[in-house]
Design a protein. Structure first.
Length: 132
């Protein structure tokens, strides 16, 4: 099985293909900007476009019309990706900052709390090289 460097263009392309298996969830639609601070080469920005629970775009870079911006440290982002830190817990502890439409974020909870999403996270972990 191939491994891809975490947060590289190749990793985004591969994990986007993997996410295609997720079920549709009507109403779970959002334009999300992620900001990871303190990475080895500085801040890392990427975005997700989600339509009815399906990831329609996942790329490095920024979108001007994000409805939600999630900001976190590189260390916490890695812990979340490695399933060592729950994103909801990170939010409650103030380690994951949210700007924008909280209602839109809440509409995604059925997606992120589903068994299919948890399985996808495990599969993504198997193809991710954290460079450690």
């Amino acid at each position: 099985m191939s491994k891809y460097a975490w947060l590289s263009s190749e990793w985004f392309a591969e994990t986007f293909k993997m996410a295609a298996t997720q079920p549709e969830r009507p109403g779970a639609t959002a334009r999300i900007q992620y900001v990871i601070e303190g990475g080895p080469s500085g801040a890392i920005k990427y975005y997700w476009l989600v339509e009815n629970g399906k990831l329609t775009e996942s790329k490095l870079g920024e979108i001007d019309d994000a409805e939600i911006t999630l900001t976190q440290s590189y260390e916490d982002a890695m812990k979340i990706q490695k399933l060592q830190l729950d994103a909801n817990a990170a939010f409650m502890q103030g380690r994951l900052k949210v700007d924008g439409n909280i209602g839109k974020l809440m509409s995604l909870l059925p997606v992120t709390s589903s068994a299919e999403y948890r399985q996808l996270q495990k599969e993504i972990l198997e193809v991710t090289d954290f460079g450690e």
